[in-house]
Write a protein that binds this ligand. Sequence first.
Ligand code: IMP
Length: 432
Amino acid sequence: MRVSKTDRRVQVILGMQWGDEGKGKIVDLLGESSDVVARFQGGANAGHTVRFEGRKYILHLLPTGILRPNIQCVIGNGVVIDPDSLMEEIRTLGDSGIETAGRLWISHRAHIILPQHKILDQISEDIRTGQKIGTTGRGIGPAYADKAGRLGIRMGDLLAPEGILAERVSQQVENRNNQMSSLYGRSGPGSREVLLLLERLREKVRDCITDTRIFLNRAIGDQKRILLEGAQGAMLDIDFGTYPFVTSSNTTVGGVFTGLGIAPREIGHVLGVLKAYTTRVGNGPFPTELTGGLGDSLRTKGAEFGSTTGRPRRCGWFDSVVARYAREINGVDSVALTKLDVLDEMKELRICTAYKCREEVLEDFPGNCDLLDAALPVYETLPGWQKPTGDIREFGKLPAEARKYIERIERLVGAPVEIVSVGSSREQNIFR
Ligand code: IMP
């Protein structure tokens, strides 16, 4: 096991758990030496938090690279775009002196989230029998459903000749409103109102809409340094996650190719981000969840509240079955391990190495969610270090128990940990 020596010019950063691994901080960190940062899936359901110069920025839709003025940013075709969120983020950044003009590029193939999608998101949760998904309510599922159903409105439609956009909006909105009112007795804003929203969006981003596939492939050809920023995490992937308790996009590496239009051979390095423990927001299986006082103390210490919805995150021990699975699906070359400092006060730590399911011991993550509900984690216990780590900048200076914890994770996951984050600020990192 060694840090891959592959060409890092085009690098992917992906979450390996249920999202909220701290990808925003890592992208921001590595962004310093990047020319381009691109997002390829998800929408404003994400919440990437970055702290610097005493300020906290939460980005939902814009790539994290937008915080560094020399970086060109791309929102790829695989992303679903909420007009209000996009306009609000551009405005808030502008108020902080961060300009997006001339360095934000949005795919003309990216689909737009309409107000109707958000209402439908709420309705599908309300009418769902059994356990709710616990979505972020941002209209993500219904927007991707319309994309797959070949009904969606895309960013490029904003540039269509006069009258065509109005016609598309009117068809889509009236259809949706009729469906919602006849089936559920609810309705969204009329087509006139939605058209006004899209016209405002057009005014704001007209110059950003382009064929980002061409932009990115040129940047690759020009030997630019490119970071491809994942949102959510492997366990929320529509295919490989804990279905149906997942988001509606491919959060794993395949999403890069379909969400940006670049080829697999262009990727030089896949950096997976793992939190030093596990969290999950929303419902669904979570084998290592801690429901008692330990879970509460992790939540408080790690400030584990959703950055998009403010919901308390469920917290639990590090799960190497999940991490190994995510390593394999994504071809993770190396790992950034975040929030190690949150564990500083723990007397002892547990790592899940397998699941016991109905007398069977599973080391591979099961594809069947029902099996997971019955899974009991098999734990290994390690001593805690009970010393602060937030000021440490060299691996060798970490307490011996912390090094052992990290080395054990490396062995179980099968990939080297090359960055350890020991606090929320830009400086609190250990590079190996
Ligand atoms: P949706 O993406 O809003 O449809 O939500 C589907 C599931 O994904 C829910 O369990 C959400 O809590 C979860 N989810 C979506 N985005 C994020 C994220 O950025 N971090 C953590 N969980 C997320």
